[in-house]
Write a protein that binds this ligand. Structure first.
Ligand SMILES: Cc1cc2nc3c(=O)[nH]c(=O)nc-3n(C[C@H](O)[C@H](O)[C@H](O)COP(=O)(O)OP(=O)(O)OC[C@H]3O[C@@H](n4cnc5c(N)ncnc54)[C@H](O)[C@@H]3O)c2cc1C
Length: 361
């Protein structure tokens, strides 16, 4: 049996941020278990905000992999009154997750063991994992299907299907001509949005995502939406010759009441279902929660999800607080409005395929 102080399950941004903060800010060691060997493929558009860069103390000038900065985002909103085009002045970034996650994990300085966690139990004040590891503190950073969530949080912090996001995406090598980031909200009745995100140095990521419950009940399937979307990419000349093979994944956005700590067990990132309500951004909340769990382990102060960022498009502070007070009553209403401003008149003809299930993770 291996004894450790802090055992972190999952080496994605949530787990590696927690380990990095423990070591560099507090001098505490941790051990990370991950079922996948890094660098690993992670389905994700790889869009990160300035807050992520700031919280990770990441210097783009010395970051050794692809890192693109966009100063404008081009978006189209499809609603009852037709399409509205906006170019938003902003600073946003893109990275490739396979590079970024591996870099974060190495930088954390934590020991990493390739191990798939199957069984966790309490033994007095300790946690026993697969009868091989004994820990004082346990951090669940295993994403949507995290075993720590399953064992200690499923009952006290149940997730509801209505906050689930389903997405299809593909990242591939492509000699793109347009270096801008494009978003399309609510096109073809999708209660969600689609994206084109250049990654730099000949890589691009394209995808579509939306509320799972709308996807399963919509008159056209997510796969149909994908076909419309890739046809659009072709007609716009963004991606011309590519044999698309998208993959699907599901995860959860923030709900109102969330519990992230159960004794000395914590859940962070997707394990806690923390993606933002408006854009379903998950990397930022993963990093933020990882850092806060580390602080709580060190100080003994409670780890609370309450004050963590809930929206991508608003800064923290009074404005967000007021919005939350108003919208928490019907949190979904806000996101629905942003993601789809009503079903447009010209929704394409219904496919002869049956409405599909949410894509498997
Ligand atoms: C299509 C798509 C596009 C997205 N685009 C964006 C975006 O552009 N920007 C953004 O901010 N967010 C985006 N997200 C969300 C973002 O990818 C996640 O929120 C983020 O990866 C969460 O990080 P995490 O560390 O919590 O989990 P993960 O990155 O999923 O890491 C979890 C780790 O745990 C490991 N693990 C799981 N189970 C076990 C086990 N039993 N034992 C050991 N290890 C285990 C896994 O191997 C994995 O490495 C997107 C998601 C999808 C699906």
């Amino acid at each position: 049996m291996r004894d450790v102080d802090v055992l972190i399950i999952g080496g994605g941004p949530a787990g590696s941020s927690c380990a990095w903060a423990l070591k560099t800010k507090h001098g505490r060691e941790s051990l990370i278990l991950d079922k996948t060997e890094f660098p690993r493929l992670k389905l994700c558009a790889g869009w990160i905000t300035p807050l992520v860069v700031e919280q990770l103390e990441l210097d783009p000038a010395t970051y050794p992999h692809r890192f693109v900065t966009f100063d404008t985002i081009h978006a189209e909103y499809f609603g009852r009154k037709g399409v509205r085009r906006v170019s938003m002045k902003t600073t946003q970034h893109s990275i490739r997750r396979t590079e970024f996650d591996n870099w974060l994990l190495q930088r954390s300085g934590a020991e990493v063991i390739h191990h798939q966690v199957r069984e966790i139990r309490r033994d007095g004040d300790h946690f026993i994992v697969d009868d091989q590891f004994r820990a004082n503190h346990l951090v669940g950073a295993g994403g949507t299907h995290c075993p720590v969530f399953r064992t200690f949080f499923k009952d006290i912090n149940p997730r509801s299907k209505e906050y689930q996001i389903g997405a299809l995406e593909e990242e591939f090598e492509y000699d793109y001509e347009d270096p801008n980031c494009h978003l399309w909200f609510g096109e073809n009745g999708l209660v969600g949005y689609s994206w084109y995100v250049p990654k730099g140095d000949g890589w691009v990521n394209v995808g579509i995502g939306g509320w799972s419950e709308h996807i399963t009940t919509a008159p056209i399937t997510l796969r149909d939406q994908w076909d419309f979307f890739t046809a659009k990419l072709k007609s716009m000349g963004l991606v011309r010759d590519h044999d698309f093979k998208p993959k699907g994944h599901t995860y959860y956005v923030r709900e109102r009441a969330k519990v992230g700590q159960n004794g000395r067990a914590y859940i962070v990132g997707d394990a806690a279902g923390l993606a933002t309500r408006d854009l379903a951004e998950g990397i930022g909340p993963a990093v933020e929660s990882g850092l806060q769990a580390a602080a709580s382990i060190v100080t003994g102060k409670p780890y609370r999800l309450k004050h963590m960022t809930k929206y991508s498009m608003f800064n923290r502070g009074l404005k967000t607080e007021l919005l939350e007070r108003f919208f928490d009553r019907r949190a979904r209403l806000f996101s629905d409005r942003i993601w789809s401003r009503g079903r447009p008149a010209g929704v394409p003809t219904k496919s002869d395929r049956e409405p599909e299930k949410v894509p498997a993770s």
